[in-house]
Design a protein around this ligand. Sequence first.
Ligand SMILES: [Zn+2]
Length: 164
Amino acid sequence: MRERLCRYCQKSFQSSKFRPLQTVCSDVGCQRQRRADYHREKIAADPEYRDVCRDSPRKWRARNRDYWRQYRADHPDAVARNREQQKLRDRRAHLRNLANNTLARDLKHSAAEVWLIGAGAESLANNNVAPGQVWVIEALAPGRHPMPPSCKQHPSGPEAVSTG
Ligand SMILES: [Zn+2]
């Protein structure tokens, strides 16, 4: 961050560390003026931008019908990446939906033990959606479960190992 003078109001401000070349302060009026100036300069310099602004989005799409088809043909990596990201978004939405419909129980409120197994377990533990197996094992309340009777060691059965 460094001290700068705003192009419009001439007051000093700290430039954002993400935009070190920032010349306009964050004041609402100055930002509105910055966008208006950008718009005017861009319209003067960029014919495509001018067309987009002049036309309605529907007209623009009609005139550039092949734009996205061509884009997808030219950028197969972007298409594949978007497809993967869409799968993740769908999966997240599905999980949210399950949670909202209470078909899935909040694991914190159940007495079950949950084991995350597989390569994706670490990501899951970090709250990322990742493929992995989840095993839910019902846990018994401590002290109440009878020891499995072994015929030889406990000939009289569960009563002999009462835990009180
Ligand atoms: Zn300013």
